[in-house]
Design a protein around this ligand. Structure first.
Ligand code: HPA
Length: 253
């Protein structure tokens, strides 16, 4: 079963056929929202097996949970226990350079973690060496390739590659912080992909992340970051992400 971890702009999906919403408890507490088990029935895809989906919005059903207070462990554990075998994460980001315009989509292939104080691991003791998971390639190669193929099939540009810098939030960064993050090699900056991606690796769940570029990061363009501009870019990007996901769900792997 495919998991979709929604971010800002993705607290709910209104184009799925809901089958069941289930609030679960985990050893790490409650996830951000009830797990939403659903299918996408596209009338054009007659006879399609309609893959089951497990959707969870990491900011909660009403988008009230801030990036640094998301219970990432409960979210990932809940999806894992539900039987999810791959996760597509959707994350809103700022662009660290003018190379990515607002509304565009990026499929990162690397991560730098700048967060702190988050519960970032399932392994709080070192019983053996299994807690030292390999994270050389944070994203699943096959899932990334499939998303690139789906984007191409529906004619939506999805930039292949880039480094996601995960900051603590909830404030945006200073211009100097973005200059430093860009010097570090980050292409986009967001607040939510970590520790989520690392926890998925600890649970051996393959992950790919579609980034919606919703603003130039601090200091990249003139002026301050505008929430109105972010909302506009998010609307455009979300429609395109939905089209990629729909194609993913109706076309055989
Ligand atoms: N910085 C961090 N997170 C973000 C941004 C940003 O500029 N835009 C959307 N999420």
């Amino acid at each position: 079963m495919l998991g979709i971890m929604g971010g800002s702009g993705w607290s709910k999906i209104d184009w799925l056929d809901n089958e069941e919403k289930r609030m679960v408890q985990t050893p790490f507490g409650k996830p951000s929202a009830p797990l939403q088990f659903a299918r996408y029935s596209d009338s054009a895809a007659v006879g399609n097996p309609q893959e089951a989906i497990c959707f969870l919005g990491r900011h909660g059903e009403s988008h009230t949970i801030a990036p640094h207070t998301v219970n990432y462990r409960a979210n990932v554990h809940a999806m894992w226990e539900a039987g999810v075998d791959a996760i597509i994460a959707i994350n809103a980001v700022g662009a660290c350079s003018a190379a990515f315009s607002s509304g565009s989509l990026v499929l990162p292939d690397q991560i730098i973690d700048y967060t702190y104080g988050r519960e970032h691991t399932f392994f709080d003791t070192l019983e053996d060496f299994s807690s030292h998971v390999d994270f050389t390639e944070p994203f699943d190669v096959a899932l990334r390739q499939r998303l690139l193929a789906c984007a191409s099939a529906v004619d939506i540009p999805l930039h292949d590659g880039g480094t996601y810098g995960c900051t603590q939030g909830p404030r945006f960064e200073s211009a100097a912080e973005i200059r430093k993050i860009a010097r570090d090699g980050c292409d986009v900056v967001g607040m939510t992909l970590m520790p989520e991606a690392a926890l998925c690796r600890e649970r051996r769940i393959p992950v790919a992340c579609i980034c919606m570029v919703v603003n130039p990061a601090a200091g990249v363009a003139d002026g301050v970051i505008s929430i109105a501009d972010i909302e506009q870019a998010m609307a455009t990007a979300s429609t395109n992400v939905a089209d990629i996901l729909k194609h993913h769900l109706v076309s055989p792997a």
